[in-house]
Design a protein around this ligand. Structure first.
Ligand code: SF4
Length: 807
């Protein structure tokens, strides 16, 4: 759920440190497209402009309470600024910004100048390095050449070789490749994957409807989709061993998660560009539209960054589905596509109010990826109902929108079976692929479970362990399990640590951390794996360079250890999960690690919210107390934007950005736990016909929704309606009026949606029984008296909904 957005803050800043380039790539958006503003800018950023930019970013982060920001040193070619200047820029940024929030500092380079001196400077200043490389030599040489036509390939490969060395591996961020459909997709993919990038991104070449990239926007042909489908096939059949951001974003958004790239999805843009002369601009890609397109008329010396945040052109890119063309708003893949990159929608006659010039390609590649998504948990759950039938009474109490401790305990038991069935499926694939590491970890897990069933159960029940298992099963290929399956060793290590059992386990390192699910994470730097030796006093973690002691109780022995902390309210304790790598499954981005003050704010609100739920909403309290295990902080989305989410495959976890007050937190918890309960019911029973592909109007969304999502929304809004129904009697004055209006609004819309579900003709017999249970709760609410003024306000709200999204 997300409230109205006001000023959405920037979280990513592209700082142009040098405006010239030593290559002459003919597909470059800075020099080769309509906007030529680089000609009038200083070649190098001045120390004064850097200092002002750092101060403005720090102020912006402080004003919006941002826990972290990302700054990308960019160009032209940023290495032309020289190693000493880059060191000074990095130090200044860290000096000014880090007292306010975490700084994720990056550089994006063509790589040709990257040598050991640069690497040392970037390592010392913790600057992550992304490199542009279009594929194998043949693909790269199509565009990435010096002005005299000479290839840049050998220099770039040497630079990537440096980053792959043990010493620099921790600052290797990944590779970005711009697609040319004349190149061989298989050769491109395998050449890039062989360089083991921590992330690989494929970019569509920039263009517009007036000036389309070769082959794009031509009816009947989809060269970019066809090329990407071929890469997707290679990626799949070779075990998805390299994370490809484009494909992972399509998969994540198709499963209700968040896109990892600005070029796809509905997340609002949060990028601001600061040029070498201090002017503030929109994203570089808009340069392709017309000369001056990225301009805002603002300057770092005269304007705070909020002035850019409310600039109409930037706001236009922050409106999610409301900011898209009518065609996109009705599109079945809009949640994954989001209309494509903003720049690619441009047409002289009507600006950006168009689908992407890549529309046909996007539709095809998204459809292709979606068609390859397996549903492992469905397959597993298909065998579950006989083993885990809910007692009829529990089914009916859940259908009514509630669910006491006993009903939720039955869901927990069923989830345990689903989780174990998923693990067994993984083991079957490991056996087929003779994956010795997985099988060794499995054998240890089986041993630990015999000796320490409680600790094993505790770790396996962690919501994001299932997310991991689901993702691995999605990625099984002819080559066997994906590399991610190695995380089983971390799961086993967490069990051994909890149990105090002796074991020696080699566990994978991800982005500089080794993770122990349910316990926390340890910063270990650039090692690829570590050895975890466990015993009765905790664990010792050893890399080739050093070792760390980890204890579960008492003083933390190392600042590198970041334990999962608990939120407590009376006897209730839930994990405040801000470390787990799989918490990115929620619809909104997860917040980075919270500092102590952030945890204290959560704790304060959690106690108050829980008191309110216990006293005013007992029909939800028992279920929540039994089933809510994990609260994941999400990145907030502005001053009044309440953000919360639950993931279909993360039973027990609710995500939320800390709202303004505890009452709202109570509402978010009730709302999202409805999704958690229904997700577990759907694991047990088919309530909707899965073959039904229709989309339906959902009053809480601007896009049309499939039937199961409509059911989820209606079920969650029983909780929302009930919250306001009770709240109106507990509040006074304007708050009571607002609560009456919201109750009047949501009881009608929820009842209407239940009618839509019941009339869809696509419910199974059990689905019909479930929906009738929902209806039996909501219908009596329609007769409860509400003041005329509130009814009128509710009617006005309903009629103000965008009619284009109504069916
Ligand atoms: S596929 Fe086309 S119509 Fe659909 S959202 Fe993307 S650009 Fe819009």
């Amino acid at each position: 759920m997300a409230g109205a957005d006001s000023t959405l803050p920037f979280r990513q800043f592209v700082l142009k440190v040098h405006s010239r380039c030593d290559l002459a790539c003919d597909h470059c958006y800075v020099y080769e497209h309509a906007d030529q503003s680089w000609r009038g800018r200083p070649a190098v950023i001045s120390p004064e402009t850097v200092a002002k930019a750092a101060e403005r970013i720090a102020d912006h982060a402080k004003d919006h309470g941002l826990p972290a920001v990302r700054v990308i040193l960019h160009g032209g070619e940023p290495l032309l600024a020289g190693a000493h200047r880059l060191a000074a820029i990095s130090r200044e940024l860290r000096r000014a910004i880090e007292p306010s929030c975490q700084l994720d500092l990056r550089i994006h380079t063509n790589g040709v100048r990257l040598d050991a001196e640069f690497c040392e400077v970037l390592l010392a200043n913790r600057v992550m390095v992304g490199i542009s490389l279009d594929g194998d030599r043949a693909a790269n040489d199509l565009h990435r050449r010096y002005a005299n036509g000479r290839s840049s390939y050998d220099q770039v490969l040497r630079a990537v070789g440096l980053l792959r060395q043990e010493r620099y591996r921790g600052i290797y961020a990944g590779l970005l490749a711009t697609i040319d459909v004349r190149s061989d997709p298989g050769a491109v993919y395998h050449a890039l994957a062989a360089l083991e990038p921590p992330n690989l991104d494929f970019l569509l070449p920039h263009g517009t409807w007036d000036n389309p990239p070769p082959g794009a926007g031509t009816p009947g042909v989809t060269p970019y989709a066809d090329w990407l489908i071929a890469v997707f096939g290679e990626w799949n059949s070779s075990g998805r061993r390299v994370p490809v951001r484009l494909f992972e974003s399509i998969i994540a958004t198709s499963l209700g998660g968040v896109s990892g790239t600005e070029s796809l999805g509905l997340a609002p843009s949060d990028v601001l560009v600061i040029e070498t002369d201090g002017t503030l601009e929109q994203a570089d890609s808009i340069k392709v539209a017309y000369d001056g397109a990225p301009a805002t008329g603002l300057h770092i010396s005269r304007h705070p960054l909020d002035a850019a945040a409310v600039h109409p052109a930037i706001r236009a890119r922050q409106q999610g589905i409301r900011g898209l063309s009518a065609t996109c708003r009705k599109c079945p893949v809009v949640t994954s596509c989001g209309g494509g990159l903003y720049a690619h929608r441009y047409r002289k006659e009507n600006g950006f109010d168009n689908p992407s010039v890549y529309c046909a390609d996007l539709l095809k590649i998204i459809g292709h990826v979606r068609s390859r998504l397996r549903s492992p948990s469905r397959a597993v759950a298909a065998g579950r109902p006989r083993a885990h039938q809910l007692a009829a009474g529990h089914f009916d109490v859940l259908a009514a929108g509630f669910g006491d401790g006993e009903a939720v305990t039955q869901l927990i038991t069923a989830q345990r079976s689903v989780q174990r069935a998923l693990l067994r499926l993984l083991r079957e694939h490991a056996k087929k692929g003779a994956d010795d590491r997985f099988l060794a970890a499995w054998a240890l897990l089986v041993h630990l479970e015999k000796e320490h069933p409680a600790e094993t159960g505790r770790v396996l029940a962690h919501p994001y362990v299932r997310t991991w298992a689901e993702r691995c099963l999605q990625s099984v290929s002819a080559a066997g399990l994906p590399a991610d399956a190695g995380y089983l060793a971390a799961i086993v290590a967490a069990v051994a640590v909890r149990a105090g059992a002796p074991a020696a386990i080699e566990a994978p390192v991800r982005a500089g951390y080794v993770y122990l699910p349910t316990l926390g994470r340890l910063r270990v730097g650039s090692a690829r794996t570590v050895e975890i030796v466990t015993g009765c006093t905790g664990a010792q973690v050893r890399s080739s360079a050093r070792s760390w002691d980890v204890r579960l109780t008492g003083q933390a022995l190392s600042q590198d250890w970041q334990p999962v902390r608990d939120l407590r309210a009376g006897r209730l304790a839930v994990s405040l999960e801000d470390t787990d790598p799989y918490r990115d499954c929620l619809q909104w981005p997860a917040a980075p690690r919270l500092d102590a003050a952030g945890v204290a704010r959560w704790q304060e609100q959690f106690v108050l919210a829980w008191r309110l739920i216990e006293s005013a909403y007992p029909a939800y309290a028992a279920g929540l107390a039994t089933g809510l295990s994990t609260l994941t902080p999400l990145a907030d989305r502005g001053a009044d934007g309440n953000v919360s989410a639950a993931a279909r495959h993360a039973f027990g976890a609710v995500g939320a950005a800390l709202p303004q007050d505890a009452d709202t937190l109570a509402l978010l918890l009730i709302h999202e736990f409805q999704h958690v309960k229904l997700g577990a019911v759907l694991d047990l029973f088919e309530l909707c016909d899965p073959a039904d592909q229709r989309l339906f109007y959902a009053p809480w969304r601007a896009d049309l929704r499939p039937l199961e999502a409509l059911l989820q929304g209606a079920y969650a809004h029983i909780g929302v309606t009930d919250y306001w129904r009770i709240r109106r009697h507990r509040a006074d004055g304007p708050e009571a009026v607002a609560a009456e209006e919201r109750f009047a609004r949501w009881r009608v819309l929820t009842a209407e949606t239940i009618d839509t579900l019941a009339g869809s003709g696509a419910l199974t017999p059990l689905g019909t029984r479930f929906v009738e249970g929902m209806r039996a709760t909501v219908i009596p609410w329609l007769d409860e008296p509400v003041p005329d003024r509130a009814m009128q306000a509710a009617r006005e709200w309903v009629t103000s909904r965008p009619s284009s999204s109504r069916k």
